[in-house]
Design a protein. Structure first.
Length: 64
């Protein structure tokens, strides 16, 4: 998640905010704050880069 300029929040505060508005089982268990998301030249988020970062070092992409 990228925070707007001048805004501050902790991952715990963000999760609690979401839990107060949607069903608790739908809320994320973790939140990672980053400076910026990887984007293409047209401004779309490069999801494959986020997936590679998340799954690097794992032999399988299945959790459970």
């Amino acid at each position: 998640m990228v925070l707007a300029d001048g805004k501050t929040a902790t991952p715990e505060e963000l999760i609690e905010h979401v839990r107060s508005r949607i069903a608790r089982f739908k809320a994320p268990k973790t939140v990672e704050l980053v400076e910026q998301l990887p984007k293409t030249s047209t401004g779309k988020v490069q999801k494959f880069e986020l997936r590679e970062k998340e799954w690097s070092g794992h032999t399988s992409r299945i959790r459970g």
